[in-house]
Design a protein around this ligand. Structure first.
Ligand code: MCF
Ligand code: FE
Length: 407
């Protein structure tokens, strides 16, 4: 058993409760008790540590990354979704060259340094499997399904199954295999059905990029625009969209998926997501770079959805620091009350990142019975703690995962 404490514990529950001079008593598996440090000091403990001028939060969660794209720094075009996607197709092989493993290790360090203890990683190829499975991070590992050409679907599905099985060899309480549908424009309805069945029969969490760009919405609604040319140029065929927006959404019923981006979603779309208890993951810096806007938080509020915040990959971000991401969002959402926005952002990488999660993982709050994963941040503040944390903190002072100190 161990005891740590700090000037403030941000419990990251729905009420944003704070304990002054708080302590956390824990073992490797779970939090045993939370109280004032003083009240816990007489408990038997292998070690006791009090962090002065610090706050402790649950370890942060970055639920949408693409570690395999860690090498991008200038190869991919930003500012227009079509230009970006063209540049991905043209550059993706060179981004996966022999120095990728080293770059992925650097990115994992950035994640840990920013206080992240849990990631949701979209894996397009499986190149990131060992780097993630052997890292200290807890990982929701989303094996990505993609495929629009009917002739290639069998081969692509077999490849997905092989990647899923490889990842399942690493299953543990640190590593959770899962599935991802790339997007409605890139996944054929036959492939979608197979992957949805797989997710259902094996109870696997599911993630999907959804309505990230104006081009995507235009394609699904009018069968015209950028994607018409995209399929002609890269696949040499005339294509039709595989779904309407509502048919696509309806096929996910019963699964509680993570919908990533939803920038071009209407109130009606969000209502359907809320109804199926789906989650929304928002990546503000990526969204600004690829689609020149950020998620409408008022629309989310109307649909009673609390967004989860994440960085996306270096394919559409300059860094995977979650602290950077939240600080940027703090400046970008100008019309929102600063202090309550800061709390919502912090809860979006803690409490809401795990609330009602499909695997029943108890994470994201400082609470008895929850995982002993903590981030410690230096602060001089005594009030407005969430805001000051996001504003001033560039790195975690310490990070614990599974009760062990990683940083
Ligand atoms: O999230 C960003 C933007 N939206 C979609 N896809 C990706 C992102 N970063 C990397 N990707 C990957 C995606 O997983 O790029 C490929 C897929 O493998 C694009 S489709 C050829
Ligand atoms: Fe993404």
């Amino acid at each position: 058993m161990y005891l740590i404490g700090a000037d403030y514990l941000l419990l990251c529950n729905e009420d944003f409760s704070i304990i002054k001079n708080g302590g956390i008593y824990f073992n490797e598996n779970e939090i045993l008790e939370i109280d004032t440090y003083e009240n816990l000091q007489n408990k038997p403990a292998k070690s006791q540590k009090y962090y002065q001028n610090c706050v402790i939060t649950p370890a942060l969660t970055n639920l949408h990354i693409h570690l395999e794209f860690s090498q991008n720094e200038g190869s991919l075009k930003f500012g227009n979704f079509g230009k970006w996607l063209d540049s991905v197709i043209e550059n993706r092989e060179s981004l996966m060259d022999s120095s990728l493993q080293l770059q992925m290790q650097n990115t994992i360090q950035t994640l840990l340094q920013s206080g992240v203890g849990f990631v949701g990683a979209i894996s397009s190829y499986g190149y990131d499997l060992e780097a993630l499975a052997n890292s200290p991070l807890r990982v929701l590992y989303f094996n990505e399904a993609i495929g629009s050409k009917v002739e290639a679907l069998d081969m692509l599905y077999q490849n997905l199954l092989a990647r899923l099985q490889d990842s399942q060899q690493f299953s543990s309480h640190h590593f959770f295999p899962a599935l991802a549908i790339h997007s409605p424009y890139s996944v054929h309805s036959k492939m979608l059905q197979k992957v949805l069945n797989l997710a259902k029969t094996q109870s696997l969490p599911l993630s999907v990029h959804f309505l990230e760009s104006k081009e995507e919405r235009e394609w699904l609604e009018t069968k015209k625009g950028y994607f018409q040319g995209f399929f002609e140029r890269f696949f040499h065929t005339k294509m039709q969209p595989f779904y309407t927006i509502s048919d696509f959404l309806n096929s996910f019923r019963g699964l509680k998926p993570y919908f990533v981006h939803c920038l071009e979603a209407t109130y009606k779309d969000l209502e359907m997501i809320a109804k199926m208890q789906g989650k929304i993951i928002s990546c503000p810096k990526s969204n600004r770079l690829l689609n020149n806007k950020i998620l409408d938080l008022n629309l989310c509020k109307q649909s009673q959805i609390h967004p989860i915040f994440a960085t996306d990959g270096k394919s559409s971000n300059d860094s995977l620091s979650l602290l950077d991401e939240l600080r940027t969002a703090l400046y970008a959402y100008m019309d929102y009350d600063l202090e309550s926005l800061a709390k919502d952002l912090l809860l979006g990488v803690t409490y809401y990142a795990h609330k009602d999660n499909p695997l029943g993982i108890k994470a994201g709050s400082l609470k008895k019975g929850f995982l002993p994963d903590f981030a410690v941040f230096k602060t001089k503040a005594k009030e407005q703690l969430a805001l000051m944390l996001l504003l001033y903190t560039k790195k975690a002072e310490a990070l614990y995962i599974g009760g062990k100190q990683i940083i």
